[in-house]
Design a protein around this ligand. Structure first.
Ligand code: PGA
Length: 229
């Protein structure tokens, strides 16, 4: 299983270092076989050696250059980071990244052999519009993406379930994951209000290969509980 923490715009550099050190201890002592990924805030990126893999929540499709407010390959290489989150709903909806931008990013970091956690998921109005419209919306998020890329991980995260405490039913998660597995055989994570109390039942579902956790990952002890599942 792949258990990933998206720390978003939380935890300072000092807090992040402590978080990752404690998480590494948890991984080592629990002897979990799970693959553990952490995505800290940009200014908290750090070089870490151990079982916990550190990735970036974002980077521009460039080595360096004039892209104010962005970081590029050079800044990731400084910390030996080779994992990137692309297409998170907050980047799509709040930061207005288009599918074309995401595809450009995807291709740039794919060429470099990065592990890419690529996120897809529908807003509430698409879910309420019925299965056909919902699947058409999600399918459009696969456009231009090399679904056979060997270092690809996909995360299905319904937008309305992120940070809200709401989740689809277990049956719904399993059904959508089964449909999405037909589009790509890459490992498929579920994300959206995963917490200690529901992680195990989600991870037990067919075609769920892991979870991407936001709020509930902010406390390292909780995230440690989740990955021990
Ligand atoms: P959440 O966030 O666990 O707080 O719902 C998940 C995510 O945004 O990846």
């Amino acid at each position: 299983m792949i258990i990933a923490a998206n720390l978003k715009t939380n935890l300072t550099r000092v807090d992040t270092k402590e978080y990752i050190d404690n998480l590494e201890k948890c991984v080592q002592t629990s002897q979990t076989q799970n693959e553990v990924l952490v995505f800290p805030a940009m200014s908290s990126l750090l070089a870490h050696e151990g079982k916990v893999k550190v990735g970036t929540q974002n980077a521009y499709a460039t080595k360096n250059g004039a892209f104010t407010g962005e970081i590029g390959l050079e800044h990731l290489a400084e910390f030996s980071i080779k994992t990137i989150l692309i297409g998170h709903s907050e980047r799509r909806h709040i930061l207005k990244e288009t599918q074309a931008t995401l595809v450009e990013k995807f291709n740039f970091y794919k060429e470099l052999g990065f592990t890419i956690v690529y996120c897809v998921g529908e807003p509430l109005e698409k879910r309420e519009a019925g299965k056909e419209e919902m699947m058409a919306y999600i399918s459009a998020q696969y456009e231009g993406i090399d679904t056979a890329y060997e270092n690809l991980i996909i995360a299905y995260e319904p937008v309305w379930a992120i940070g809200t405490g709401l989740t689809p039913t277990l049956e719904d998660i399993e059904a959508i994951h089964t449909d999405l597995k037909a589009k790509s055989s890459a490992p498929l994570l579920y994300g959206g209000s995963v917490k200690v109390a529901n992680a195990k039942e989600v991870l037990d579902l067919q075609n769920v290969d892991g979870v991407l956790v936001g709020s509930a990952a902010l406390k390292v002890d909780d995230f440690c509980e989740i990955l021990k599942n």
